[in-house]
Structure formats: structure tokens, C-alpha cells
Write a protein that binds this ligand. Structure first.
Ligand code: MG
Length: 261
């Protein structure tokens, strides 16, 4: 059952989303060659707890960390570790925080130092896939419209869309109904209604779509060993269209100021 949220609940979800969005911005600034993925995890947990929230991932079905840290051919659910990020890597950070009983969930893929144009393109197309999906998060559209927005854009570039892992409804729990695949048929699937909140998260592979799980039982990698990128936002469906709870506006302003200098 898809749980619609009241205005009050949406306010709480906005606060959770903004918190986790800000933390992710900070983590993104930390990423550079020489940093370990465990250092990023520790910083994430501290920022979340200092803000009076809980790291949603920690302990979720036994997941032992506050972020998922997935490098290069790792798709999602990677363990933070002593792995030291190096120039040319791409690093996907997925993070969730629970504030006042509601969850925000967001992810980004960050280039480490200078990376190849091919990888930069994979990252930017994945981000575009998410933006196109967000445009479909409107009353009266269907879940298939979201999936198609992602799939059509990725496949037009020769990329593929991961099938086994999907987006999801979100609220008091991180994973609520419905499942939101990154593939689909326009006009098909459940109708989208006002008050729904979705975590939409395209996982785009440079090569083939198949994945496998490593022996740790969590880390998902591409079967062909080619790189993968991941973006995610928590999005409310409102009468005024999609509201992206995990989007942080300050970062945009900072970038403008830098250009102004
Ligand atoms: Mg998610």
C-alpha cells in the first residue's frame, strides 16, 4: 500500500531531506585522492548524529555503516573501508538520515581528482536521468513514466539500467511501497498522487545491466566489471509539482559567487 503523507508529515520529511542533503554536500567536498571511504563514513555519522538525527542505514538489515560507499564497478551497497580513493576513481555515496521519525535518502557519484571524459559523461548522464525522472513525479502520471524517463535517456547513450535494485516509496520507513524501477513503459503502473514521497535512484552501468553480489553479502558490482554511477533524491508529489526534499540550494549560490569572483 502506498502511504500518502499529510502536510505536517511532509514538513518533517522536508527537514529530514534537507539535513541529509546538506551532509551529502559536505561529504562531496571531502572527496579527493588519499581519503579513505571509511573516513567519509565516519564524517557522515558524526554530522548526522550532531544534527540530532540517526544514520538510517546503520543496522538496517544488519548493514554496518552510515553510508554505502561504492567505487568504480561497484553499483550500490558497498562497505566503507580502508580503501584509499585515487585519482581517476568514481565514488558513489548513498546516505540516509532519520529525523523526528522520518527518513531522507539521497546519493551522488563524485569524480575523484581528474577522471576520464568517459566517466564524467557516465556521471552526468546519470544525474540527467534523475532530473528527467523528477519531472515525471507529478499527479496523474504513472510509475512507468518515471522508469521510462530514466531508461530511455540512459539507453540512448549506449548505457544500461540496473534491474535488480530500484527506487522506493519513503516515509517513516526508508523502504515503503511502491517499488520504483528505473525502467518501464509510459502510461503503465500505478497512478501518482499528491502526498506520495518517492526515493528515485537511477543506477546506470556503462556496460551491460547485469550485476552480482560480492562475498561480503552486500556489495553489488557490475558483472562485466565496467563502471556504474548512482544518483538519488527524495521527492514529494505536491499540487505544484515535484518538490525535491534532498536538494540543497546553498550549493548553487556558492557556485554563482565563485563565478562572480
Ligand atoms: Mg534509496
Amino acid at each position: 500500500m502506498i502511504i500518502g503523507k499529510s502536510r505536517k508529515e511532509l514538513e518533517k520529511m522536508r527537514a529530514a531531506g534537507q539535513l541529509v542533503g546538506r551532509v551529502l554536500q559536505e561529504l562531496r567536498r571531502m572527496v579527493e585522492p588519499g581519503v579513505t571511504t571509511l573516513e567519509v563514513d565516519r564524517a557522515a555519522e558524526k554530522m548526522i548524529r550532531d544534527a540530532g538525527a540517526l544514520p538510517t542505514f546503520k543496522g538496517y538489515h544488519g548493514f554496518p555503516f552510515s553510508i554505502c560507499a561504492s567505487v568504480n564497478e561497484q553499483v550500490v551497497h558497498g562497505f566503507p573501508s580502508s580503501y584509499t580513493l585515487k585519482e581517476g576513481d568514481i565514488f558513489s555515496i548513498d546516505i540516509g538520515a532519520t529525523l523526528a521519525g522520518f527518513v531522507g535518502d539521497t546519493a551522488i557519484t563524485v569524480p575523484v581528482g581528474r577522471v576520464s571524459p568517459e566517466l564524467l559523461k557516465l556521471i552526468s548522464i546519470t544525474e540527467e536521468c534523475l532530473e528527467r525522472a523528477i519531472e515525471q513525479c507529478r499527479e496523474g502520471r504513472h510509475l512507468g513514466d518515471i522508469g521510462w524517463a530514466v531508461q530511455s535517456h540512459a539507453e540512448a547513450q549506449g548505457y544500461s539500467v540496473v534491474r535488480e535494485y530500484v527506487g522506493h516509496g519513503i516515509g517513516r520507513k526508508m523502504h515503503e511501497d511502491p517499488q520504483i524501477p528505473n525502467y518501464g513503459t509510459p502510461g503503465k503502473g500505478p497512478k501518482i498522487k499528491k502526498g506520495y514521497v518517492f526515493a528515485v535512484e537511477p543506477m546506470i552501468n556503462m556496460g551491460r545491466h547485469e550485476t552480482k553480489i560480492l562475498k561480503d553479502g552486500w556489495t553489488v558490482v557490475t558483472l562485466d566489471g565496467q563502471p556504474s554511477a548512482h544518483y538519488e533524491h527524495t521527492i514529494a508529489i505536491t499540487e505544484n509539482g515535484p518538490e525535491v526534499f534532498t536538494r540543497v540550494v546553498e550549493a548553487e549560490q556558492e557556485r554563482v559567487e565563485v563565478v562572480g569572483v
